[in-house]
Design a binder for this molecule. Structure first.
Ligand code: NAP
Length: 249
């Protein structure tokens, strides 16, 4: 299998795109750390699904916005599996509001989780990846970080920040054999988008040339590509996975 003997840490893997990624990388042979923030039962269910297919995985709770918790998470990965080859920075939240009404705490929470959380995880994995002289870091950004979105100034700012982070870190660590890339999904069917009202969803679908939301597995396929040797000459890139949505924005 293409990720045999490799260890992957996936943040926010209890649900949605992170869950699909955990299953996909495990099917490709990776040992997987399924991180979560609150939903321990859901994370354990992902671990069980991986084990039922003959894979290896553990669940590990940690809030990515808490630097010390992230350091412990990386240490736990190393203690359990002895190395760390792939980091998928997937954990994310939304606290949507028009700018005029956005609360300070909702600005701060989204920046702290979606941008500082990515920085925390990247910084914490560099040492083991430097030692191994290889590593893949894959950051989940969003088409909203490329194009902006009314009512999501906090989310769009964090996701645009992740693109700058990805490109800067890619330049810093290329000489150490570490590749850093980002994926910008469009409208994917997960809990994050489940609460949008039907009118908004219909409006989005209208703008998507493929005429449907994406499935978490379709993003996980691209994570697998970026984690595999098939992408070994790529770094600092943002791959858009949106059914063509950005063509029409
Ligand atoms: P989701 O279904 O809402 O799942 C979010 C995941 O992140 C959960 O596993 C959650 O853990 C975890 N999480 C939240 N805050 C965390 C924290 N502070 N520390 C650790 N884990 C935390 O989200 P999704 O739709 O799969 O999105 C995954 C990523 O793709 C996010 O970065 C999102 O911004 C990005 N994205 C999504 C879409 C979309 O349309 N869905 C589009 C573009 C980009 P618990 O279960 O424990 O709460």
């Amino acid at each position: 299998m293409i990720l045999n003997d490799q260890v992957a840490l996936i943040t926010g893997a209890s649900r949605g795109i992170g869950r699909a990624t955990a299953l996909k990388l495990a099917q490709a042979g990776a040992k997987v750390v399924v991180n979560y923030a609150r939903q321990a039962v859901a994370a354990e269910e992902v671990v069980t699904a991986i084990k039922n297919e003959g894979g290896k995985a553990i669940a590990a709770g940690a809030d990515v916005s808490d630097y010390n918790a992230v350091k412990e998470l990386v240490q736990k990965t190393l203690d359990e599996f002895g190395r760390l080859d792939i980091l998928v920075n997937n954990a994310g939240i939304t606290r949507d509001s028009l700018t005029m009404r956005l609360k300070q705490e909702d600005w701060a929470a989204v920046i702290q989780t979606n941008l500082t959380g990515v920085f925390n995880c990247c910084q914490a994995v560099l040492k083991p990846m430097f030692k191994q002289r290889q590593g893949r870091i894959i950051n989940l950004t969003s088409v909203v970080g490329l194009r902006g979105n009314a009512g999501q100034i906090n989310y769009a700012s964090a996701k645009a920040g992740v693109i700058g982070l990805t490109k800067s870190l890619a330049k810093e660590v290329a000489s150490r054999g570490i590749l850093v890339n980002a994926i910008a999904p469009g409208f994917i069917a997960t809990d994050m988008t489940a609460d949008l009202n039907e009118k908004v969803k219909e409006e989005w679908d209208k703008h998507i040339p493929l005429k449907r939301p994406g499935e978490p597995e379709e993003v996980a396929d691209v994570v697998l590509f970026l984690a595999s040797s098939a992408s070994k000459y790529m770094t600092g890139q943002v791959l858009v996975v949106d059914g063509g949505l950005t063509l029409n924005l």
